[in-house]
Design a protein around this ligand. Structure first.
Ligand code: 5GP
Ligand code: ZN
Length: 114
């Protein structure tokens, strides 16, 4: 997707602080962090939002969570607790139209989220 910010970050065309990348996924620090650790886990494949996922892509979300678990360990936020979040749609606060899992940790979290 030519005009997609996260596709450009994945391709290295826009700078970001990447903490992990492989053939399928890229993980980078959020530009406006909401917690001491706030990273975004994205698939390289451009998918606009969760509701666009197809049957054949359903495994992607599980892989993203496994990757989040690994990054949480790396960041030292596992024992303190962490949160993974997808915002789907404008009403939920989605602002970038390329699916991304937020991984937040390093501070106490409250519920419900805003
Ligand atoms: P959403 O609101 O769509 O769930 O999350 C988008 C996230 O992307 C936000 O937390 C926002 O701070 C982050 N973000 C937006 N633009 C950039 C950028 O250019 N670089 C990085 N690293 N993060 C960004
Ligand atoms: Zn994209």
């Amino acid at each position: 997707m030519k005009e997609c910010l996260f596709c450009k970050i994945a391709a290295g065309e826009i700078p970001a602080t990447k903490v992990y990348e492989d053939e399928q996924f890229v993980v980078f620090r959020d530009i406006n962090p909401q917690a001491p650790t706030h990273v975004l886990i994205i698939p390289r494949r451009h998918i606009e939002k969760l509701t666009d996922l197809t049957e054949s892509e359903s495994g992607l979300i599980g892989q993203m969570q496994l990757l989040a678990n690994k990054i949480a360990e790396q960041e030292g936020i596992t024992s303190g607790g962490f949160r993974t979040v997808f915002n789907c749609g404008e009403g939920a606060g989605q602002s970038v139209w390329h699916i991304h899992m937020h991984l937040l940790g390093g501070r106490p979290m409250t519920w419900p989220p805003g």
